[in-house]
Design a protein. Structure first.
Length: 119
């Protein structure tokens, strides 16, 4: 992962917030993101909020990994939700119909509020 790609994590109650920055194209940065998601599953996080505000580009490898993690977490009764999705990424999610798979929110706080109301 280069210094241009960053992954930061923080836990709010039982919700893991993962903020991504840079371009995620299926290389080391995507592997690091998958590791974070797998760790969340092992640690029992029911909801993972993925903040995409600072992501400039994603490709099919990244999307495939996100879908695989979504399936694993969903089977455990959890969810991956997206927030701060840039317009270009919203278009990708719409074209691939993944906007029907992932709940998307305009901010981390909105995602947390929606999650807390579901519990």
């Amino acid at each position: 992962m280069t210094e241009n790609e960053q992954i930061t994590e923080r836990l709010v109650d039982e919700t893991l917030i993962v903020a991504l920055s840079g371009q995620f194209t299926g290389g080391e940065e995507s592997e690091a993101f998958q590791t974070v998601l797998q760790r969340a599953l092992v640690n029992g996080s029911k909801t993972v909020v993925v903040d995409l505000e600072r992501v400039g580009y994603i490709n099919s490898s990244f999307i495939g990994g996100l879908l695989a993690a979504h399936t694993s977490i969903s089977r455990k009764g959890g969810a991956i939700v997206l927030c701060n999705v840039p317009e270009a990424l919203q278009q990708i999610l719409h074209v691939t119909r993944l906007d029907n798979v992932f709940d998307s929110y305009s901010s981390v706080d909105e995602a947390l509020d929606a999650h807390n109301n579901d519990q």
